[in-house]
Write a protein that binds this ligand. Structure first.
Ligand SMILES: [Zn+2]
Length: 135
């Protein structure tokens, strides 16, 4: 292990705090326009579809399929020991929306396989949505 602290989200950030506050309640959310319903896996201040500034955090199921993955064997940050498997998933109930995560260790997965969210408690009040192969 390492003494390097793990990077944690800024819980006061206007664009992302809602995502992490929902995660602390074990809810996976995605930024969604209240005017037209467009969803954004990269949070933004306004809707690029209709221009509205009326955005909210909408809860989604946490079901996904594996879009891509790679096994990381060279350390890129001292707080993340190698090997680990970085995953990119497609949310089942929000077509086009993708999220990332990492699974400790080396895993050989299949693109398209079912994945599901779980919630990693990093430290007090800090919870990160992560992904695992669906059971
Ligand atoms: Zn919109």
């Amino acid at each position: 292990m390492t003494d390097m602290p793990r990077p944690i989200p800024n819980m006061d950030d206007l664009d992302t705090a809602g995502f992490f506050k929902a995660a602390a309640e074990h809810k996976l959310t995605i930024r969604t326009c209240t005017q037209c319903g467009a969803s954004y896996s990269l949070p933004r201040e306004y809707c690029r579809e209709c221009g509205a500034f009326a955005m909210e955090w909408k809860e989604v199921s946490g079901k996904a399929t594996l879009h891509a993955y790679t096994v990381v064997t060279h350390p890129v940050h001292p707080a993340f020991p190698v090997p680990y498997t970085a995953v990119l998933v497609d949310l089942v109930d929000v077509p086009g929306a993708r999220m990332v995560g990492n699974i400790p260790g080396e895993h050989h997965l299949e693109v398209g396989q079912a994945m599901e969210v779980w919630f990693e408690h990093v430290e007090d009040g800090i919870v990160l949505p992560q992904w695992k192969v669906a059971e």
